[in-house]
Design a protein around this ligand. Structure first.
Ligand SMILES: [Zn+2]
Length: 98
């Protein structure tokens, strides 16, 4: 088991052409993790919310005049449009805050 791992590692270093994609994959994982974790902690402010709602109105030909923010604790997590449309920002997998 450990020997197999070691020989895999060794082959990476003996063959740089394997090493390069590995580094890219690792880099991609870190980047994905970074983006996901940034998103997880991203709270929408009122300005963003209004912009999101306006985008929805354009895309859905919605003529609603108002919307209600959806709150989770003290954080805005989305909105409910007058037309019934709901937008929820990605919810955290584990809720550390509340
Ligand atoms: Zn709407």
């Amino acid at each position: 088991m450990l020997e197999a791992l070691f020989s895999t590692l060794q082959s990476f270093f003996l063959h740089p052409e394997f090493l390069v994609p590995t580094v890219w994959v690792a880099f991609g994982c870190v980047l994905a993790w970074f983006l996901l974790s940034a998103k997880r902690h991203h709270a929408i402010d009122k300005k963003d919310l209004k912009m999101l709602w306006k985008t929805h109105k354009q895309f859905n030909n919605c003529s609603a005049k108002t919307f209600e923010p959806i709150m989770r604790g003290k954080t805005i997590v989305g909105y409910t449009c007058e037309c019934g449309y709901q937008h929820l920002q990605e919810r955290p997998l584990v809720n550390f805050g509340a």
